[in-house]
Write a protein of this length. Structure first.
Length: 139
C-alpha cells in the first residue's frame, strides 16, 4: 500500500471541507412561485426595500428573474430562515413588461422607463411564507 504524504493528506482534507462548505452556501429559501399569464415575457425585480426608480431599472441594479409567457418561476432568498424574520422584514417584487424595458434600454432613455414598463408591485412578508409556496399570477 502506498503511503500518502502529509501535505497531500492536508490538501485532500481541505478540498473536502471546501466542497461541504460550498454546498451549504448554495441553500436558498423560496418566497413565491410566479406564473406569467401575460402575452409576453416579464421581468421580476426583487428588492429588499420599497425603492425602485427609473435609474435602478435602466441599470439593472437588482436581483432579476425573466419569465417567458405561460411559464412558472420560483423566487428565493439565499441562506435565509424565513420563520425567524421579524414582521417588518419584507421582500418587494416589481413586475415589468420586458418589451418596454428592452425598448428604453436600446434607446438609452432612462426617464419614463418605470411608467412605461411597470405592471405591478408585490409585497411579501417573509415570516409568513409557507410551503408549498403561494403562486402569484401576473396578468
Amino acid at each position: 500500500m502506498k503511503k500518502i504524504s502529509y501535505n497531500r493528506l492536508q490538501i485532500i482534507i481541505l478540498l473536502e471541507i471546501m466542497c461541504l462548505i460550498s454546498c451549504a452556501y448554495d441553500w436558498h429559501s423560496g418566497i413565491a412561485l410566479i406564473k406569467n399569464n401575460t402575452t409576453s415575457r416579464i421581468l421580476i425585480s426583487k428588492q429588499p426595500n420599497q425603492l425602485m426608480t427609473d435609474s435602478i431599472l435602466f441599470n439593472e441594479r437588482f436581483d432579476e428573474y425573466w419569465i417567458d409567457k405561460g411559464k412558472f418561476q420560483k423566487l428565493s432568498l439565499p441562506n435565509t430562515v424565513l420563520s425567524s424574520k421579524p414582521d417588518s422584514e419584507k421582500a418587494y417584487l416589481y413586475v415589468f413588461n420586458c418589451d418596454s424595458v428592452d425598448k428604453y434600454q436600446a434607446l438609452k432613455k432612462v426617464r419614463g422607463i418605470m411608467k412605461s414598463a411597470f405592471i405591478r408591485r408585490i409585497e411579501i412578508q417573509l415570516n409568513k411564507v409557507k410551503e408549498p409556496l403561494d403562486t402569484i399570477y401576473i396578468k
